[in-house]
Design a protein. Structure first.
Length: 177
């Protein structure tokens, strides 16, 4: 992980960089959430890359403690993942993406803005509710970051995702200089 060159030491211990109860950590706690461990890559890539002041995450699956709680396509047919369940899984993906951002940023308080979110939804051919599924991720980011969590977004239906996951989220975050 990169060193935080130029870190203002007056921020440490006061909700600043490196503080275990930073402002964003406290907000997650208020929401009943905790940042999970960064999900291990399932192929040849890294979970996130820091390029200048932008963090680009790899697609994050809805792993909970290393396990996908649901698999399959999203749709209205019996045995398929419901749009509501998929939105909850998208929320989990977004939390996993924040863990990936934190792994290269050092502290989520450095996030100035969530710039872009891309949601991939493994969809039955008749399912057209991808934006509603993506709202699970978007809603979490807005709850955590407020106005800084409002972002541009794409919601894309696909035939299948890695490990038969119903949803995958990637994001771009801009860090404070």
């Amino acid at each position: 992980m990169e060193e935080l060159a130029g870190t203002d030491v007056s921020l440490v211990g006061a909700g600043g960089y490196g503080d275990p109860m930073s402002r964003i950590t406290a907000r997650l706690s208020e929401l009943g959430l905790a940042l999970p461990q960064v999900a291990a890559p399932v192929a040849a890539y890294v979970p996130a890359v820091l390029d200048d002041h932008l963090v680009w995450t790899a697609g994050q699956l809805p792993f909970v403690d290393g396990v996908l709680p649901r698999t399959g396509v999203v749709g209205a047919r019996e045995g398929q993942v419901s749009a509501e369940d998929a939105a909850a899984l998208a929320r989990t993906c977004a939390l996993n993406a924040l863990a990936a951002v934190s792994s290269v940023a050092g502290d989520l308080d450095r996030v100035e803005r969530i710039v872009k979110v891309v949601a991939f939804v493994a969809s039955d051919p008749s399912f057209t509710g991808q934006p509603a599924v993506a709202n699970g991720a978007s809603g979490l980011l807005q709850e955590v970051f407020g106005a800084a969590g409002v972002h541009a977004r794409s919601a894309v239906g696909v035939a299948v995702l890695p490990l038969n996951a119903p949803v995958e989220i990637e994001l771009v975050a801009r860090l404070r200089a």
